[in-house]
Design a protein. Structure first.
Length: 472
């Protein structure tokens, strides 16, 4: 008798020790090459670029365009809805691991079979308490259950969902930075074109002065009509240049309207920002930690690791507690009697023994997805470093070109000043001053082109450094 009791106690323990579905080794886990927490340089915290970096331009027109794009752009709406969905899924995962209680009630009208297991109830026998064959039975009460999650499977799934919520928040910030950068680049391109349009109009004005002077000399018989043909051709080329600039401005306005979800965009010319002479003291990894795309990849790694933990925990037994408190009666008239009360407490054990490899396959999938997340992160870090390096090099090159161009413009301005002085002294005609001004104005166009390229390069560098994004 004692031996049978011992056997009965040992049998469940044997299932616990040896009954789990056999696991196997998965592919080796990859490691991030440069964790975001260690992406640092000596650049002081809070230095350029800032979170709302576009406000450093102090341009209300630009601020308004970016604010409208961030509020109304479809991409932002999609990113916000993804966060809402991820948060709801995280709440669902949290709720799944907690205790649950349900209230239920039902009533049933049935006829008992005299030939079945409940055959005695099909008879009418007052002595036995049967009033068959028809009965109206009812049940109502509370049922509660709780998965104890001893191995942390539910907790790992919750952590995975939270990681995905954080990843979606980083994606929202990435969308925000891309939109802001796109609007700013288009805006300053428009301002560059507007500044060039003003200079081309000035060139055309000087060309008209020369044409008028040539015509007057021709009418007086001093020159032939052939001598003014070249100036006429150049004036026509200026008209072509103006048409080209105006076409670019309209195209930019259309793209800005699309980004801001506005019917039309009307802009007024503003001065272009000054060209800096130096970059920040150090440009390396420090601000890369603020890049939303790297933060997004980082959080996907965290989520995938939790999913691997959940897949491993699935090999272990689930322990559930269930309890019920009900009223149950064969006749509705007896349903509320104290004798109709029933209650119980159950401890349930679910142990995977044989599953045709499903659990192992699920673990392999989770580990492969985790390794893929790490590989994507490593690739994103390498691309981010290269992007910053290229953008910083381009900015430095354009700073040097702008500095040289300023010297060229200064030299051209001295030629104009000399021509103006000679005209004031009566040595040369006014048309010669116009001829001296045209090359100087053309150098101004070259300078505006370089300045526009510099502004665009700085915006790309700001975007490459995460735009000042910070998590939290």
């Amino acid at each position: 008798m004692k031996r049978s009791v011992i056997y009965s106690l040992c049998l469940p323990l044997s299932f616990l020790v040896a009954g789990c579905a056999p696991g196997h080794d998965t592919a080796a886990a990859l490691s991030p090459t440069v964790p975001t927490a260690r992406i640092e340089t000596g650049l002081a915290a809070g230095q350029w670029p800032k979170n709302e970096w576009w406000k450093t331009f102090h341009d209300a027109q630009l601020d308004s365009l970016i604010a409208k794009a961030l509020a109304d752009a479809p991409d932002m709406q999609i990113a916000r809805q993804r966060i809402t969905l991820a948060e709801a899924q995280a709440k669902m995962a949290m709720a799944a691991g907690g205790p649950q209680m349900d209230f239920s009630a039902d009533a049933e009208r049935q006829k008992m079979s005299a030939e079945g297991l409940m055959g005695p109830f099909a008879l009418t026998d007052p002595a036995a308490g049967t009033t068959g064959p028809w009965y109206t039975n009812g049940t109502f009460g509370l049922t509660a259950g709780w998965d104890l999650d001893l191995w942390g499977k539910n907790r790992a799934q919750v952590e995975a969902r939270i990681g995905k919520v954080n990843a979606q928040k980083a994606e929202l910030e990435q969308t925000r930075q891309i939109l802001a950068s796109s609007v700013a680049r288009l805006y300053w391109d428009w301002q560059t074109q507007a500044a060039m349009e003003s200079v081309v109009n000035a060139i055309k004005h000087e060309q008209q002065n020369i044409i008028a002077a040539d015509r007057e000399l021709y009418q007086q018989g001093i020159t032939s009509s052939v001598e003014g043909v070249e100036t006429d051709i150049n004036a026509s080329k200026s008209d072509e240049r103006l048409a080209e600039i105006q076409g670019k401005k309209r195209a930019i306005e259309a793209r800005l309207a699309a980004l801001t979800s506005a019917p039309t965009v009307t802009l007024s010319p503003q001065p272009l920002p000054a060209v800096n002479t130096t970059l920040p003291a150090s440009l390396g990894y420090e601000l890369l930690a603020r890049r939303p795309d790297l933060q997004e990849a980082h959080w996907y790694i965290e989520a995938s690791i939790s999913e691997v933990d959940a897949a491993k925990a699935a090999f272990y037994p689930d322990v559930n507690l269930m309890a019920f408190l009900q009223q149950d009666a064969l006749h509705l008239s007896d349903l509320f009697r104290s004798s109709a009360q029933q209650m119980g407490l159950t401890a349930g054990l679910t142990l995977p023994v044989f599953d045709s490899g499903r659990l192992n396959a699920n673990l392999d999938i989770a580990q492969a997805q985790s390794n893929l997340s790490v590989a994507n992160y490593n690739k994103a870090v390498v691309e981010a470093v290269n992007q910053v390096t290229r953008a910083a090099s381009e900015v430095e090159t354009l700073m040097a070109k702008n500095q040289h161009q300023r010297q060229v413009e200064a030299d051209a301005a001295r030629v104009v000043a000399l021509a103006q002085a000679r005209f004031n002294a009566g040595i040369i005609a006014g048309s010669r001053v116009s001829e001296a001004k045209i090359p100087a104005l053309q150098e101004q166009i070259a300078g505006l082109t370089l300045k526009g390229q510099y502004i665009d390069a700085t915006l790309q560098l700001t975007s490459a450094l995460g735009g000042g994004y910070h998590n939290g």
